[in-house]
Ligand binder design. Structure first.
Ligand SMILES: NC(=O)C1=CN([C@@H]2O[C@H](COP(=O)(O)OP(=O)(O)OC[C@H]3O[C@@H](n4cnc5c(N)ncnc54)[C@H](OP(=O)(O)O)[C@@H]3O)[C@@H](O)[C@H]2O)C=CC1
Ligand SMILES: O=C(O)C1=N[C@H](C(=O)O)C[C@H](O)C1
Length: 269
C-alpha cells in the first residue's frame, strides 16, 4: 500500500519540488498540499502548481484533515508554521519530516517533545552530498585538530530569510563537537571594524545572499602553509526533495524518536 504524504508549505519553492518528487516516487502518494490560509493559490490543483499535471489534490489550509489522512507530513515552511503543525502530528500519529530551518532552542525542545510521541525527522539539509560532507568534516576536524583556523562560508538566494543557513550551523556543530568545543561559545557571526587578531579557538561564519544561488557551503581549515576546503554546491532543489522522499519512507519504519539524515543514510557511525 502506498504511503500517504502531505506537504506543508506546498506553494513554496521547496513545496513545489516536493510535489513533483512525490509524483515521481514509487510507493508514495500525495494526500494533502497545505499552505497559508491567506494564500491566493488555495483551491489550485497541487500537480498544476508543480508543473506535473493535475493530481486531484487541491492546495488547502486544513492541517487537521491533512494530518488525519496522511502517514507523513513533509514541512518546509517557517518555524512558526512548524510549531502550529507539531501538536496535530502527535495527536493524529502523522510523522513529521521537517526541513524548515531557523528554530530557536525552545522550538527545538518542542520538536524533541513531539518526537517522544511520534517518529520525527529533522534535517537542515536533506541532500546526500551535504550529509556525506558532514562525515568528511568530522574527520577533517579530528585530523587537523586545534592547529587550524576554521571558517564556514555559505551563499544562498536573495529570498532566504534566516542566517547563517541551518546547514552552516550544523556544519559548525559537527566541527565543534569533533574538537570538544561548544559552538555557542566559539562561534563568530561576521566581523566588522577593529576586530583584533583571530582567536584560533573560534569558528567563523560568513553569509552571502545573492540572486538565485540554490545553496553553497564551504568549510575552510587554514593552517600556516596549507589549507583544506570542503565544499558542497547544490544546483537544483530537487536534490533536497528526493532526500525528503527517502526520509519519508525510512521514517515509516520508526515508531517514536528524533532522527536526522545521518540515520536515514546510515552514516551515524
Ligand atoms: N532541509 C533542507 O534540505 C532544506 C531546507 N530548506 C528550508 O525550508 C524552508 C522553506 O524554504 P523555501 O521553500 O525556499 O521557502 P518559501 O518561502 O518558498 O516556502 C515556504 C512556504 O511556506 C508557506 N507558509 C508560510 N507560513 C505558513 C503556514 N503557517 N502554514 C503553511 N504554509 C506556510 C509560505 O507561504 P507564503 O509565501 O505565502 O508566506 C511558502 O509557500 C526554509 O526554512 C529553508 O531554509 C530549504 C531547502 C532545503
Ligand atoms: O533556504 C534555502 O534555500 C536552503 N536552506 C537550507 C539551510 O538553511 O541550510 C538548506 C539549503 O542550503 C537551502
Amino acid at each position: 500500500m502506498a504511503i500517504n504524504i502531505a506537504i506543508n508549505g506546498a506553494a513554496g519553492r521547496m513545496g513545489r519540488c516536493l510535489i513533483q518528487a512525490v509524483a515521481e516516487t514509487d510507493g508514495l502518494e500525495l494526500s494533502a498540499a497545505i499552505d497559508r490560509p491567506e494564500s491566493s493559490l488555495i483551491g489550485v490543483d497541487a500537480g498544476e502548481l508543480a508543473g506535473v499535471g493535475k493530481l486531484g489534490v487541491v492546495l488547502s489550509a486544513d492541517l487537521e484533515q491533512a494530518t488525519q489522512q496522511s502517514d507523513v507530513i513533509i514541512d518546509f515552511t517557517i518555524p512558526e508554521a512548524t510549531m502550529a503543525l507539531l501538536p496535530l502530528c502527535a495527536e493524529n500519529q502523522c510523522r513529521p519530516v521537517i526541513g524548515t530551518t531557523g528554530f530557536d532552542e525552545a522550538q527545538k525542545q518542542i520538536i524533541q517533545q513531539t518526537a517522544d510521541r511520534i517518529a520525527t525527522l529533522l534535517a537542515p539539509n536533506m541532500s546526500v552530498g551535504v550529509n556525506l560532507s558532514l562525515k568528511l568534516l568530522d574527520m577533517a576536524a579530528r585530523v587537523l585538530g586545534d592547529s587550524v583556523d576554521i571558517e564556514i562560508i555559505e551563499a544562498h538566494h536573495r529570498h532566504k530569510v534566516d542566517a547563517p543557513s541551518g546547514t552552516a550551523l550544523r556544519m559548525g556543530e559537527v566541527v565543534a563537537d569533533a574538537l570538544g568545543r561548544d559552538l555557542k561559545e566559539c562561534a563568530i557571526y561576521g566581523r566588522e571594524g577593529r576586530t583584533g587578531e583571530r582567536d584560533r579557538n573560534t569558528i567563523g561564519f560568513a553569509t552571502v545572499r545573492a540572486g538565485d544561488i540554490v545553496g553553497d557551503h564551504t568549510v575552510l581549515f587554514a593552517a600556516e602553509g596549507e589549507r583544506v576546503e570542503i565544499t558542497h554546491k547544490a544546483s537544483s532543489r530537487m536534490t533536497f526533495a528526493y532526500g525528503a522522499m527517502r526520509a519519508s519512507k525510512w521514517l515509516m519504519q520508526q515508531q517514536t524518536g528524533l532522527f536526522d539524515m545521518q540515520d536515514v543514510l546510515d552514516l551515524r557511525n
